[in-house]
Design a protein around this ligand. Structure first.
Ligand SMILES: O=CCCCC(=O)O
Length: 483
C-alpha cells in the first residue's frame, strides 16, 4: 500500500506519532525492510512528565462513578471496532502478522475493554462477620494509582487493551510504553481513546527507541504504584528488581516453554488442527506457542504426517497479501536465533522434515518447519523458540510425559490431547503451568485468567481476577458500636 493511498485514519496516526519538532525514530515494515514512518523518541524525562500528568488525572478519574467509567470505555471500544480495518493494516505493516490475524487481534483486544467496562460496576467489597461485640469489619477495593504498562511487539494492540482496560475500569490512570518495533498501534489506540472522550492524561503514551532508559524511569518513579509487563523473563526480572526499590505491585507475563502433549488415545485430526493454531499463529512468536510437541510413541509417526500435510498448505509471505498465512519474523535477530536453534538440533541428529533455513532476500522470513527425532535435552527444547518451528519428541507413558513437560523453569501455557476423562484430570492437575488447554489450541480469552507460574510470571490478566491486579484491598474496622 503506498502512503498516498492510506486511509485518513492511518494518516492521522502518523501525524500524531511524530509531533512537529519532536526527535523521532524510524518504524520499519518487517516484510519489506522499508521505513513506514517516524515516531516521537521520548526520553526518561518525558516518562517522568507522563507519570506526573497521570498522577494529576488520578483523583478525578478514580472518583468518577463506575457507570461513567463504563460509558467512556464503551465509547473507546466502539471506536476501535469501527476502525478495525485500519488498525489491522497498521498492525500488519509494523509487525508483519497476516491481516486476518491482525484483525482478530484487534477484536480480541477490544473484548477486554467491554469485559472490564462491565466488571467496573461489580468491584464489590465485603462485610466480614465480626470478631467482637460492637465492632464491624469491612473491606473496600480502591484503585492502586498510576500504572506503568510495558507492552510487547508480538501483540502490539491486544496487550495494550488487556492491560489498560482493567486499570482504567478500576479507576487507575496509565502510562503505556510500547515496544520500539511497534509503537504505531499504540499511537492509534491512544488517539481513539482521546476521540472517545476519555479525559486527558488518564492514558499517557511514551514512545521511545531506548526502552531500558524509559522503563527504568517508570519503574523508579515512586508515583507509579503498579507495573504490568508482558515480555521476556530476562527483562521481567530486571523490572521486578527495579520495582522492589519502591515496593510496587507487579504483574508479569513472561516467557514460556509450552508442552503440547499428544497421547495415543487422542483424536489426531483435532490435535493436528490445534497444533497449527498453537504453533503457527503469529509465526510462532507468542508466549503461549507450543514449544515442545511431546507425542506418545504409538501415534508419533501418524501425528507427524498429519502435521506435515497441514504445514504444506501454509503460505509464507507479506501479511498484507490476502493469501499469506504466515508472516515474517520481527527482525533479523529473530531469524538468526531461530535458524541457529534448528541447525544445532539438526547437527545433534534431529531430522528437518520441512523448512529449516531462513529465506534469502527482502524481509525477515523463516519458513514453517518440522523437526522430528529430537530428544528433550536439545537446546531447542529448553529455549523459547519464538518462531514457526515444531519440534517433536517421543514419550512412552503418562509419567514420562508429565515429568518432561514439567522439566523447565517456565510454567505458562500447556496443551493436552486425550479422550480419557481420568487422564484429563490427572495430567491437568499434575502440570506445573498457569494454563492448561485440553483438546484445543488456544487459551486466550477475556473471560479467563491468563498467566503463568514459576519463571513465567506473576498475576493474571482477563476475567474477574484480572481486575484485582489493579486494586488495593483496604480493611476498615469500626469499633465502639455498642456504647
Ligand atoms: O505473547 C504473549 C501475549 C499473549 C498472547 C495471547 O493472548 O494469546
Amino acid at each position: 500500500m503506498s502512503r498516498a493511498s492510506w486511509p485518513q485514519f492511518i494518516t492521522d496516526v502518523f501525524d500524531h506519532a511524530a509531533p512537529v519538532g519532536a526527535s523521532t525514530f524510524d518504524v520499519k515494515n518487517p516484510a519489506t525492510g522499508a521505513v513506514l514512518g517516524t515516531v516521537a523518541d521520548m526520553t526518561a524525562a518525558d516518562a517522568r512528565q507522563a507519570v506526573a500528568d497521570a498522577r494529576g488525572a488520578f483523583k478525578a478519574w478514580s472518583q468518577e462513578t463506575a457507570k461513567s467509567r463504563t460509558a467512556a470505555m464503551m465509547a473507546w471500544h466502539d471506536l476501535i471496532v469501527a476502525h478495525v480495518d485500519e488498525l489491522a493494516q497498521l498492525l500488519t505493516l509494523e509487525m508483519g502478522k497476516p491481516l486476518m490475524e491482525a484483525k482478530g487481534e484487534i477484536l480480541h483486544g477490544a473484548s477486554y475493554i467491554t469485559w472490564f467496562a462491565e466488571e467496573a460496576k461489580r468491584l464489590y467489597g465485603d462485610i466480614i462477620p465480626t470478631n467482637a461485640p460492637g465492632r464491624r469489619l469491612m473491606v473496600v477495593k480502591q484503585p492502586i494509582g498510576v500504572v506503568a504498562a510495558i507492552t510487547p511487539w508480538n501483540f502490539p494492540s491486544a496487550m495494550i487493551m488487556r492491560k489498560v482496560a482493567p486499570a482504567i475500569a478500576a479507576g487507575c490512570t496509565v502510562v503505556i510504553k510500547p515496544a520500539e518495533d511497534t509503537p504505531l498501534s499504540a499511537v492509534a489506540l491512544v488517539l481513539l481513546a482521546k476521540r472517545a472522550g476519555l479525559p486527558d492524561d488518564v492514558i499517557k503514551l511514551v514512545t521511545c527507541s531506548q526502552p531500558a532508559e524509559v522503563a527504568k524511569a517508570l519503574t523508579d518513579h515512586p508515583d507509579v504504584r503498579k507495573l504490568s509487563f508482558t515480555g521476556s523473563t530476562r527483562v521481567g526480572k530486571l523490572l521486578m528488581r527495579n520495582c522492589a526499590n519502591t515496593v510496587k505491585k507487579v504483574s508479569l507475563e513472561l516467557g514460556g516453554n509450552a508442552p503440547f502433549i499428544v497421547f495415543d488415545d487422542a483424536d489426531l485430526d483435532q490435535a493436528a488442527d490445534a497444533a497449527m493454531l498453537a504453533k503457527f499463529r503469529n509465526a510462532g512468536q507468542t508466549c503461549i506457542s507450543a514449544n515442545r510437541f511431546l507425542v506418545q510413541i504409538g501415534v508419533y509417526e501418524a501425528f507427524a504426517a498429519k502435521l506435515e500435510a497441514r504445514v504444506a498448505a501454509l503460505t509464507l509471505g507479506d501479511g498484507m497479501a490476502p493469501e499469506t498465512t504466515v508472516g515474517p519474523l520481527i527482525n533479523d535477530g529473530a531469524v538468526s536465533k531461530v535458524e541457529s536453534l534448528v541447525r544445532h538440533a539438526a547437527a545433534c541428529g534431529a531430522e528437518v522434515r520441512t523448512g529449516g533455513y531462513a529465506v534469502d532476500g527482502q524481509g525477515t522470513f523463516f519458513p514453517p518447519t518440522i523437526l522430528t527425532g529430537g530428544t528433550p535435552d536439545l537446546t531447542i527444547a529448553d529455549t523459547e523458540i519464538f518462531g514457526p518451528v515444531a519440534a517433536l519428541y517421543r514419550f512412552k507413558d503418562e509419567d514420562e510425559a508429565v515429568r518432561v513437560a514439567n522439566d523447565t523453569p517456565y510454567g505458562l501455557a500447556s496443551y493436552v490431547f486425550t479422550q480419557d476423562m481420568g487422564r484429563i484430570w490427572r495430567v491437568s492437575e499434575a502440570l506445573e503451568y498457569g494454563m492448561v488447554a485440553v483438546n484445543e489450541g488456544t487459551v486466550s480469552s477475556e473471560a479467563a485468567p491468563f498467566g503463568g507460574v514459576k519463571e513465567s510470571g506473576i498475576g493474571r490478566e482477563g476475567s474477574r481476577y484480572g481486575l484485582d491486579e489493579f486494586v488495593e484491598i483496604k480493611y476498615i474496622g469500626i469499633g465502639g458500636l455498642n456504647r
